[in-house]
Design a binder for this molecule. Structure first.
Ligand code: ADP
Ligand code: MG
Length: 764
């Protein structure tokens, strides 16, 4: 008998050597092995006869190997052709670039092939063919290199007449799908009849969850009548159960963190009449209702005796800055200091300017602290901060966090948080041991889809600015092929002549490095659109990329054939707009020069600003109403949305032109189409998340995303909401019919698994 906790090497068919391979996949116990779920199912209950196949359908065919061969097309591509047969019928399967298949098959082997049926042009063998089908050897000699199985396991027929699970192979192909099928089937057969279920009985009943053992069994070996649509969508009762379980523990963990945070002592700011008057005084305009509501939420947190941990979401241009500055006034009026952190120097400098404009009239001292300041200046700044002379300090994230000691820090504001991830780092901020934790307000402009917010920021409170300041008209977005660039420049010229300003954005700074390659400013969107190959390969390429928009990203990866900011700057300046004032801005420019350029653009002394994605975040020049993005197909959705957010800030009608060059991938097309269709940041974020997945959406691991075994945040959003609700009730002790003992069991489970499973910070 096997227990869930039994080490995997005691499962039949797994010795110490294979166990070591599995260990690398995160599989060390029987339970882990059972969580190694199929990524796909194949309905082999009704394998098809070759003569019933219809072009266009997906079908499973069980047939015998007749002959195989590799040949080369005129264009030089290798194609592997495999002829299989049933009696007198025969069928060809073909694989492009199929050299690797050459030695895999021997005549007489029985195969299961699963793939799309297509009409064959060849008259010689059969009338149909299977293009790049999945293939598996059912009988005959085992596949080259495959792990051998003990006789009694190998003998069982698990290949035909069933809905068959298909597993990702492991150990460089040695542990094949067929191998997993048998070993997992064996493990299930050996598993104790009773397995412990940590989810409280009442929760199970409310959610109508399948018993745990049955869920494992049926997620691997579905009942014959299970609809394939349910399997594909992971919507069978078995899947639901396993997914809910995973999400439930995650949410309980987050709720516990949240509760513990609430139990910490925080600063109790007061907001009496004097404070309120000061907060009102700084307002340069009437706040929107959303701004009023959110400020109310923030101030209520600040007054409470626990530290604020609030996420403020609001689409680009929704007016987050002023809300943050109002919160700053509350802190300052209470005698505390405020730190405002921005992801880039440009944005820090811009916040510095607007903070001075708004706060200095009230006599508050605002200080800028960025990496490019002279060492002397930095030293002086630090001293002023330590002595409490500066009341609000604005700077780049890393700098403030790592090297500044405050006299009396009360509020930390983090702008554009999604670039950084992990909240917990604020703990590291230097403070005296007897001080209370400062309040933290995190702002993000890439709206985080609710599902992700619940997971990633499950321990934060969330406010949403869901209203744009008055007088905004939605940006009109058009997609134009760059053959029509002439017309686009003419349009820009007209707009400038009417008194407006324009951005022209490029994906890279310069065209070539000595090897004839290009350096990209911010690779986030760019390489994504061009990366080809398998999903795994694509993933690999992507994860090498730095975070878009971060200053470190600006010397990122290499690619070719792109128009670049520096060159186009010269071309636009000299040839296209000789009569206009054209400026250049990119991340590798000297900080002073960047600063001067931004200021000149802000004052209207530059008509057309040629730039890279450094302007992506936060830049605010209301008079700019046109943005032309070249190679728009190469940017990610969130990035395009951020870029477009630079315009539509004034009263003039705004235009975004997405220029594309020759080839655009299907995903690229979808992105452009989405941008043209909507201005809604939430819709765009959802789409982006859908295309890229949570890891990429947030810039890989940075964000502290848990790695799920079964759950998928996009697919399973409803279950996530339900899990969140049950978890919150449980932690609050308000879950009906859950006994204390059951709650303790949940906590025990978390204590044992949290770190390993979710990779997030510890739960106490
Ligand atoms: P974001 O949320 O993207 O950070 P900002 O705070 O930069 O947005 O605000 C965008 C622009 O809208 C700024 O020029 C700001 O001064 C202006 N703004 C913000 N709130 C209002 C308001 N209530 N009425 C008029 N203009 C506003
Ligand atoms: Mg902003």
């Amino acid at each position: 008998m096997l227990e869930l906790s039994t080490a995997v090497q005691f499962v039949k068919g797994i010795g110490p050597r294979v166990a070591a391979v599995l260990e690398q996949k995160g599989v060390s116990t029987v339970e882990d092995l059972l969580y190694y779920l199929p990524f796909r199912y194949e309905d082999r209950q009704n394998p098809r006869a070759i003569d019933e196949l219809v072009p266009g359908e997906m079908a499973t065919v069980i047939a015998e190997v007749r002959s195989a061969g590799l040949f080369r097309t005129r264009s030089g591509m290798w194609i592997f052709n495999l002829v299989v047969g049933q009696g007198t019928q025969s069928l060809t399967a073909m694989w492009f670039h199929g050299q690797y298949m050459r030695d895999r098959f021997k005549p007489g082997q029985v195969l299961a092939l699963y793939g799309r049926v297509e009409q064959s042009e060849s008259k010689r063998v059969g009338r149909l063919k299977l293009i790049q089908p999945q293939v598996e050897v059912l009988s005959g000699p085992q596949e080259a290199g495959e792990e051998a199985l003990p006789e009694d396991l190998a003998a069982q027929s698990l290949e035909i007449g069933k809905i068959v699970p298909i597993y990702e192979s492991a150990g460089s192909g040695k542990l094949t799908s067929r191998w997993f099928r048998r070993v997992i089937h064996g493990a299930l057969a050996q598993l104790t009849p009773e397995v412990a279920d940590g989810i409280p009985r009442a929760v199970r009943a409310r959610m109508e969850l399948a018993p745990r053992r049955e869920a494992f069994q049926k997620a691997h070996w579905p009942d014959p009548e299970t609809p394939s649509a349910d399997l594909d969508a992971r919507r069978t009762p078995a899947h639901r159960r396993l997914i809910f379980e995973e999400l439930f523990y995650l949410e309980v963990g987050l709720e516990l963190k949240r509760k513990r945070m609430r139990e910490q002592p925080g600063i109790e700011f007061t907001a009496g009449d004097a404070v309120r008057a000061a907060v009102k005084k700084i307002l340069p305009f009437h706040p929107t209702n959303a701004q009023k509501r959110v400020l109310g939420e923030v101030v209520a947190d600040m007054k409470a005796n626990t530290p604020m941990r609030r996420l403020l979401q609001g689409d680009v241009g929704s007016g987050k800055t002023i809300v943050a500055l109002q919160a700053a006034v509350v802190a300052i009026e209470n005698g505390y200091q405020v730190a405002l952190m921005a992801p880039t120097e440009i944005l820090a400098a811009q916040h510095y300017l607007s903070a001075r404009r708004v706060l200095e009239p009230l006599g508050y001292r605002v200080l800028l602290l960025t990496g490019s300041l002279e060492p002397d200046t930095k030293r002086t700044a630090r001293r002023h901060i330590a002595q409490g002379n500066a009341q609000i300090v604005i700077g780049t994230h890393a700098l403030i966090q790592e090297s500044v000691e405050f006299a009396k820090l009360g509020l930390v504001i983090v702008d554009e948080q999604h670039r950084f991830g992990v909240m917990q780092r604020f703990r590291l901020m230097k403070k005296k041991s007897d001080e209370k934790d400062p309040d933290v307000l995190v702002m993000t402009a890439t709206p985080i889809p609710r599902t992700l917010a619940l997971t990633l920021y499950g321990d934060l409170d969330v406010s949403v600015l869901d209203e744009l300041p008055p007088g905004r008209t939605p940006v009109v977005t058009r997609r134009v092929n760059d053959e029509r660039a002439g017309e686009v420049w003419e349009f820009v010229r007209k707009q400038v002549q009417a008194g407006n300003q324009a951005y022209v954005v490029y994906p890279v700074i310069e065209e070539r490095t000595p090897e004839g390659q290009v350096e990209e400013e911010s690779a986030g969107g760019a390489a994504r659109a061009t990366a080809g190959g398998t999903p795994a390969l694509r993933k690999k390429k992507r994860t090498q990329l730095a975070l878009p928009g971060s200053e470190a990203a600006e010397t990122a990866t290499k690619t070719s054939g792109l128009k670049a900011a520096e060159k186009m700057y010269n071309e636009l300046r000299k040839k296209v707009f000789p009569e206009l004032r054209v400026g250049l801005l990119h991340g590798r420019m000297d900080a002073d020069l960047k600063d001067v350029t931004m200021k000149r653009f802000g004052r209207g002394e530059i008509d057309v600003l040629v730039s890279t994605t450094v302007i992506e975040v936060g830049v605010d020049v209301p008079n700019a109403n046109v943005m032309v993005i070249e190679h728009a197909e190469r940017f990610g959705l969130s990035q395009l949305h951020q870029l477009r957010g630079r315009i539509g800030r004034g009263t003039a009608k705004s235009y975004c032109v997405l220029m594309t060059s020759h080839k655009v991938t299907t995903e690229g097309e979808e992105r452009l189409e989405t941008m043209v269709r909507t201005n809604d940041g939430f819709e765009i974020a959802e789409k982006d998340l859908e295309q890229r997945g949570p890891g990429e959406f947030f810039g890989t691991k940075q964000a502290g995303m848990p790695a799920f075994r079964v759950a998928n945040l996009i697919r399973d959003r409803q279950l996530l909401e339900a899990a969140k609700k049950e978890a919150a009730a449980l932690v609050a002790g308000a879950s009906p019919d859950v006994t204390r003992a059951e709650a303790m069991t949940v906590m025990e489970h978390l204590r044992a698994h949290w770190q390993r499973r979710y990779g997030l910070v510890e739960v106490g």
